[in-house]
Design a protein around this ligand. Structure first.
Ligand SMILES: [Zn+2]
Length: 517
């Protein structure tokens, strides 16, 4: 989903326990890695299967070419679910099934045409943002008026000036709030602008200008948020030209015809689930996940075909190794991620009674690059025990470990539950171009990088599920709330209505001290 915009984001990352790990002053035993905890022989077999006989790229090719775009709640996404079920069964996972839930509303993209009428005539390249509305049939003309994203709270108050206008979002000066919070207020602005009679908004992802050459980027504009007003992503080249006209005082008139369709009510979707049951403690569960759904300007190969293929290929590497972990690994292809993590929130709800038996989740959803860090989703207490495992991977790749929270993918619901929502963060410099754009295609993915990521996922999953000592149990809400505040997640969660902790953890609010080792 990844809502934060490079341009608008103010750094909101929490502290991390990176750097050298100092020796412990107390008598706690030094954490054991695979060399000491007995997991190494199994991991060697799994690595061999994953690296030497990977089907990850084949799975990604099938998903990209045979199914293509798969927006949650559409027939194509249903087809992707069936494909996921078939793959999991073919791989040999146990207990393969779908877990249905309801998405608040369905949406289908229709035409989106734009034309510049004044001061010159030319076509404009636009695409609609997800879950936004339509112009009147045949389109609408209007004069362009700008609003400043960095002053969006003020713009909400003065929305009445936008009646009959085409609104173009610009960024002037410095942001006073984090990108996440601006994004939340942008939703309020869209409602106010619609009410005031504005006819369309040129606003891209939370108001940001599109990245890349001649690319648009679609996306949702909140968690489960839909808007009646059409909101358009415009290529940076076209938008830059409009901005120059406005700055020089020229009158700018444009014409848009946007036709999208909402469903009348909720639509059904499902997560796809399959397991490798644990040999000693099958009731204890590690979730390994990625999201199967995508946007629809292309085939969603990097968002999140790579993650979905990694989940399947990691499961396959473990099954073929013949090794069975102590605890259950539950592979989940989430859907509804792009609309607001709906699939993973539904999973938490449906499995609430077994949450105490969960060990966390492990997610890959940062595009096409190699894994660059393990973010342990707020659990600073797990960094020391995880590090020897990460070091055991050093002949494959050097991967640092920290306790940062990733709030833009299916890790967040687990972090909110006090469990490690582990993000396998990736080094994907091109992701800003492929993300939600027409360039999100198989061409952007290197098979050997994908195979390595899938193998790293398999190794991590197996090690967590198989090590003699249980890796993690959920934190109490108070501790979780304190951690989320310390990691600067409070404002964003509050702004989107996701803060469920009341005033818990307030003594940790705004804490910026360096961590105590
Ligand atoms: Zn994604």
């Amino acid at each position: 989903m990844r809502r934060v915009l490079a341009e608008a984001a103010v750094v909101a990352m929490g502290f991390s326990l990176g750097g050298a790990w100092t020796a412990r002053a107390d008598n706690r035993p030094t954490p054991k890695g695979p060399d000491e905890d007995g997991t190494k022989p199994a991991l060697v077999k799994i690595a061999g299967e994953g690296m030497m006989d990977s089907h990850a790229f084949q799975y990604l090719t099938e998903l990209s070419d045979d199914i293509g775009a798969r927006v949650t709640g559409t027939p194509a996404e249903r087809k992707a679910e069936d494909w996921g079920v078939a793959k999991m069964k073919a791989i040999g996972l146990e207990n393969v099934h779908k877990e249905k839930y309801q998405l608040w509303r369905g949406w289908t993209r229709g035409a989106a045409q734009g034309e510049l009428l004044e001061p010159i005539r030319k076509p404009l390249h636009v695409d609609a943002m997800g879950w936004t509305g339509s112009t009147q049939a045949g389109g609408v003309e209007g004069e362009v008026a700008t609003v400043n994203l960095f002053d969006i709270e003020e713009e909400v108050k003065h929305a009445s000036r936008l009646s009959g206008k085409i609104v173009m979002v610009v960024m002037q000066g410095e942001p006073k709030k984090s990108g996440d919070v601006l994004f939340a207020i942008f939703g309020d602005f869209l409602k106010a602008a619609g009410k005031a009679g504005a006819v369309a908004v040129i606003g891209g992802q939370g108001g940001a200008k599109a990245s890349g050459m001649n690319l648009t980027h679609t996306g949702i504009l909140g968690f489960d948020a839909d808007f009646a007003i059409p909101v358009l992503s415009m290529t940076a080249e076209d938008q830059g030209q409009l901005e120059r006209y406005v700055e020089s005082g020229k009158k700018v008139r444009v014409r848009f015809n946007v036709q999208n369709t909402f469903s009348n009510g909720p639509v059904e979707a499902a997560n796809v689930v399959g397991e490798i049951r644990g040999r000693e403690n099958p009731e204890q569960v590690l979730v390994v996940g990625a999201h199967l759904d995508s946007w629809d300007l292309s085939e969603g190969a990097t968002d999140n075909g790579t993650g979905s293929a990694s989940v399947l290929a990691s499961a396959e590497a473990i099954v073929r190794s013949g090794m069975r972990p102590r605890r259950t690994i539950r592979f989940v292809l989430f859907t509804g991620e792009e609309e607001g993590l709906d699939g993973s929130f539904a999973y938490m709800k449906q499995h609430q009674s077994e949450m105490a038996n969960h060990l966390g989740d492990l997610v890959l959803d940062e595009g096409q690059g190699p894994v660059k860090e393990f973010m342990l989703g707020g659990r600073d207490d797990l960094v020391a025990s995880f590090r020897p495992f990460a070091q055991s991977l050093s002949s494959i790749r050097n991967i640092p470990v920290n306790d940062k929270v990733e709030n833009g993918t299916d890790t967040l619901p687990f972090s909110l539950a006090g469990l490690p929502g582990i993000n396998m963060d990736q080094d994907s410099p091109d992701y800003k171009y492929t993300h939600h754009s027409p360039a999100d295609a198989l061409e952007a993915v290197k098979p050997e990088v994908l195979a390595q990521n899938a193998t790293l996922m398999a190794l991590t999953a197996y090690w967590i599920a198989d090590r003699p000592e249980r890796f993690a149990s959920p934190w109490p809400a108070e501790k979780t709330a304190k951690m989320l505040r310390a990691q600067q997640q409070y404002e964003m969660l509050k702004a989107f209505g996701l803060w469920k902790f009341g005033d818990l953890g307030e003594e940790g609010k705004g804490r910026n001290d360096p961590p105590q080792n």
